[in-house]
Write a protein that binds this ligand. Structure first.
Ligand code: ATP
Length: 165
């Protein structure tokens, strides 16, 4: 089976209303492989909310990939707090020979440093409809993929265990 390795980030920022997390909404074209729960109700608009992530370039340390993808997909510069976990899934390519892909994505907890959310180059709109801040507590309910919901829960647990973060 073909393998793909990606890396991504849970970017958090402390605000007046508590911790916030950066999320992205995918354009409809990329949401066709959306999980069943979002597809079920035909009348509901397809909306896939995800964490920023992308393919690890050859020789690139995954943490660097996560920081780069966060910058490109959200407009934010972030600094590392800790590695969270890897998620794994299999998907079928909708292009080429329709190959099955075994994918591993490493996620890192990152702290917001600078930049404005959704301040991304126009070319990136192919991959990202919009980037936005959401209440961190609400992230597990908001994210479309189970693996990413688990990552958000893990990040919340980390913060609870380390209130001085
Ligand atoms: P990357 O962001 O790593 O460059 P990509 O945009 O090429 O990757 P994916 O985001 O892995 O590709 O999406 C490929 C397929 O896998 C799509 O059908 C998508 O719906 C599905 N998918 C994406 N994330 C997950 C996940 N966490 N769990 C299950 N399926 C997923």
């Amino acid at each position: 089976m073909v393998r793909e390795i990606s890396a991504g980030g849970v970017v958090i920022r402390k605000g007046k209303g508590g911790w916030r997390m950066a999320a992205i909404e995918l354009p409809l074209a990329l949401a066709t492989g959306a999980p069943r729960s979002t597809k079920r109700a035909a009348q509901r608009p397809k909306r896939v909310i995800a964490l920023p992530k992308g393919l690890v370039d050859p020789g690139e340390p995954p943490l660097e990939t996560a920081l780069r993808e966060v910058r490109e997909e959200t407009g934010l510069t972030a600094v590392p707090i800790t590695k969270l976990a890897d998620i794994k899934y299999v998907y079928v390519r909708s292009w080429g020979d329709g190959e099955r892909v075994f994918k591993i994505v490493s996620f890192y907890l990152l702290r917001y440093h600078s930049g404005r959310i959704n301040d991304i180059v126009p070319e990136m709109r192919i991959e990202v409809k919009r980037a936005f801040w959401t209440l961190f507590e609400e992230a597990p309910a908001l994210l479309s993929y189970k693996g990413e919901r688990d990552i958000a829960r893990l990040a919340l647990e980390y913060l609870k265990s380390k209130p001085d973060t």
